[in-house]
Write a protein that binds this ligand. Structure first.
Ligand code: HEC
Length: 146
């Protein structure tokens, strides 16, 4: 009798865990899922040209300590992190010559531009200006599924 109860409890725990897993898989997304719009990236491109390209170069390849914002080196740095991490880094420390000067709107526009140059495709909804939503978007290494 005791053993049976124990089994039931474990089955319950397992089913609950499975349900939570399914739910979170539905909410979480990745940079591959078309998470920004073309308009945001276009605004971001203009801002980038004015405020970032002198250090990170017009092609985003960077130079010396001005790290690249495109390609394997960049994506390896951010693999397994979320867009909330990249947002916070950019918002609080860039442009390095004037940290903290970007508005939240400008910051997501710049992220959209960086994603577009890294070949992640655009979608129909704006990249949100909401850290809890950005936290659900994982940064993937590859723009397309292997
Ligand atoms: C004065 C030079 C300078 C300017 C201007 C500048 N950056 Fe940077 N940026 C750096 C340096 C140096 C680093 C590396 C040190 C660090 O991470 O703080 C960096 C790092 C970064 C990183 C993190 C890269 C990584 O892989 O860890 C991001 C993202 C970034 N910059 C975005 C921007 C954006 C967007 C702008 C324009 C709004 C900008 N930067 C303007 C110098 C600059």
């Amino acid at each position: 009798m005791r053993r049976k109860n124990c089994c039931l409890v474990w089955t319950g725990v397992f089913l609950f865990g499975f349900a939570v897993h399914l739910l979170s898989a539905q909410i979480a997304s990745s940079t591959r899922d078309g998470v920004y719009t073309v308009e945001q990236a276009q605004h971001g491109k203009v801002l980038y040209g004015k405020q970032c390209s002198m250090c990170h170069r017009p092609d985003l390849e960077g130079m010396g300590q001005n790290l690249p914002l495109v390609g394997d080196d960049f994506l390896n740095n951010w693999d397994d992190q979320t867009l909330a991490d990249l947002y916070t880094k950019t918002h609080t420390s860039m442009p390095a010559s004037k940290p903290g000067s970007l508005t939240p709107t400008e910051t997501v526009q710049l992220l959209a531009y960086i994603l577009s140059v890294n070949k992640f495709s655009a979608g129909k909804t704006d990249l949100p200006i909401d850290l809890s939503k950005l936290k659900a978007i994982h940064i993937d290494k590859l723009a397309t599924k292997p």
